[in-house]
Design a protein around this ligand. Structure first.
Ligand SMILES: Cc1cc2nc3c(=O)[nH]c(=O)nc-3n(C[C@H](O)[C@H](O)[C@H](O)COP(=O)(O)O)c2cc1C
Length: 180
């Protein structure tokens, strides 16, 4: 698991290759194992494999979402906050599980923020996504996840650079010391 996590990087360039149905199915199954507050499972996981929609969604923000247009697959993570105790947390967990599962299948991914994001043209990104997908205003959108076969290579996370200064022992006075 640690090796898998170390190799996961945010990849924004994808090969022009579809993702196999079996892999999509595994990602969806994994996502549906996500824990949620009070087991409410209020998430709405929207799989996007339609090129026109991917292009439109890629333009929903601008610079920081445009790479979605070249991904074969995207996920939009939506929820009605009334269906969750902590809607952002429920969706963030699911997004993370999608990313790690994609990585385990030889795929790559990137998180694209949506919640309360102002698009490059000043519009509201969540409104833009709701309008593209024809979904009602009671649905909030935390993020989208692009998925595909990587067409760029990034170095894996280097253990020597892990931010151990953020790790404490028994309170915030004492830093945790890594066992060598
Ligand atoms: C909450 C969150 C929001 C993010 N939003 C975006 C985004 O809108 N666009 C983007 O290109 N990357 C986005 N990222 C990816 C981060 O830039 C990336 O995770 C970070 O630079 C660390 O790089 P790594 O994922 O390769 O380890 C987001 C990541 C997280 C966790």
């Amino acid at each position: 698991m640690l090796n898998l996590l170390k190799t996961r990087r945010s990849i924004r360039k994808y090969k022009d290759m579809p993702v196999e149905e079996e892999k999509i199915d595994i990602i969806i199954k994994a996502a549906l194992t996500s824990p949620s507050g009070h087991a409410k499972r209020g998430w709405k996981l929207i799989l996007i494999d339609d090129k026109d929609l991917l292009v439109k969604l890629a333009n929903s923000r601008g610079q920081h979402s445009e790479f979605l247009k070249d991904a074969p697959l995207g996920f939009v993570l939506a929820i009605d906050p009334d269906d969750a105790v902590e809607w952002q947390v429920d969706l963030a967990i699911m997004a993370t599980i999608i990313q790690i599962t994609a990585q385990s299948l030889g795929l790559a991914s990137c998180w694209i923020s949506a919640e309360n994001v102002v698009a490059d043209d000043g519009s509201n990104m969540e409104d833009n996504i709701r309008s593209i997908l024809n979904i009602s205003n009671n649905n909030r959108i935390l993020c989208m996840i692009s998925v595909g076969y990587p067409d760029e290579i990034k170095k894996e996370h280097n253990e020597a650079k892990f931010k151990y200064s953020s790790v404490y022992l028994n309170g915030l006075i004492q830093n945790y010391r890594k066992k060598d």
